[in-house]
Structure formats: structure tokens, C-alpha cells
Design a protein around this ligand. Sequence first.
Ligand code: SF4
Length: 252
Amino acid sequence: MVMTYTITRKSLLYRSGLGFYCVNHVQGCGHGCRYPCYAYQMACRHGRAKDYQDWCRPKVVGNAVELLTRELSRMRKRPDSVHLCLTTDPFMKGYPEIRKLSLKIIEVINSYDIPCSILTKGILPVELADQKVFHGANRYGISLISVNERFRMRWEPWAAPYDARIGALKYLHDQGCLTQVHMEPYPTPNLIEQDLEDILQRVAFMDSIYFGGWNYNPVTGKFPGRKEFYDRQAEILRHFCATRGIGCEADT
Ligand code: SF4
């Protein structure tokens, strides 16, 4: 177990530039993705992370539950749903206290009859299957852009292994929860040769998927036929989802 640091914030719940409500109750992320991580770049730009090492040492918002409860109870019009998280990972591997806090935060939001959407490269906790505690309309999601462990170690070095990620998602699906897969940033073949359909087969039980290209690394731009490649992947994805009744959105 790694020691985590604590910070205090003045506010927690906010509407993101993408239009939905969001909670980021941790600053930094122990997964240390190297795509690079957009949240890491923004944290450096705005002085919330000194460097990569600093970013990879997550700092927990110590007053998160108190802030959230106050904000939700004071809102006149509450959000239809809340996303965890845009700038960190709620279930980052190796941080049990962050896992515990994230579960508490979801429980608090759900207690206002507001469902959450959750996205992780860690392991979704089995506790989330308990619909007496957590909202039945919560959406549980994993990020998944490959099933090749060598690729993960290069690009998502401290995130959970792909099998474990998928296994936790499948467990929640089997317990009747809504599940989703976030497939972004999907790599071009000059980063890894892989078959999209093979990856999709591993998560064919999911309810919905979002697919996006790898836009913020110059290496993918050097792949000749990049646009045609992504168009073809989007076609494969749409066909796969249409034949299985899976909700699908592709932005390449
Ligand atoms: S898991 Fe998400 S927030 Fe964490 S380093 Fe990776 S991309 Fe960034």
C-alpha cells in the first residue's frame, strides 16, 4: 500500500466543459498513463502538478464528502447524473483509501437519487453490485484500448491488468448492473498491430461503448492512412454493436 497525501478544497461538484457534472476528489493519478494523459498536462499547466512524479503521487481531497453533501443539499436543480472522474481515477490500483472514498462519494450522490457514471483503469469494486446501497441506473465503465499486457506496461504502466479490469466489469454485468467500455485513445498500427474485433469479443457483454482516436501524440499522426484506419475501425465497431444491441458512439 502506498501512502497518500491530503489536500483541502473549497468546492467539489462542477459542470465540466463537456456539459456534464463531475467530481474529482483526488488530485493526480497513480496510474501514470503516458499517452500523454490530458489531465496531467492540464495539472502541470495550472500548477497542480510539478512534474510526472508529483502527478503520480495522488493527493486526496480530505473534505470531499463534507463538501459534496453541502453542495448537493443546497442545489435548487440537482444534476441528472454525475461522472467520476475526469481528471483522476476513482479506483486507481494500489490505493485502498481512494477506493473507499470513491465508494462513499458514489453512495452520497446516489442517496440524492442521482445516478453516477464511473470510469476506471483500475478494478471496479464488487460492492457496487449492491443495489440496496448504490443506484440501479449507475453506469460502470472501464477504459480499454488493448488486451496486450506489454502495450499496457508501456502506456498505462501502473493501471490494472486488462484481464482484471474486464473481469470486474463482467462481474457487475452478471449482477445486473449497466456496464460501458471507453475505448480511447485507440492506437494506430504503428503503435501496436491488433484486431479490434478480438478486443470487442472480450467485452461483448457490455451495454455501451465509446470509441475515440489517439489525437494527442504526434506518433499516430505519422501513420499513413490514419483517417482511413479510424474510419474502418468505426465501421467494424458499429457493425459489432448493431448485431448485438450494444449502444455505440464513435468519434475518430
Ligand atoms: S488513469 Fe486517467 S487520469 Fe489516471 S493517468 Fe491514466 S489517463 Fe490520466
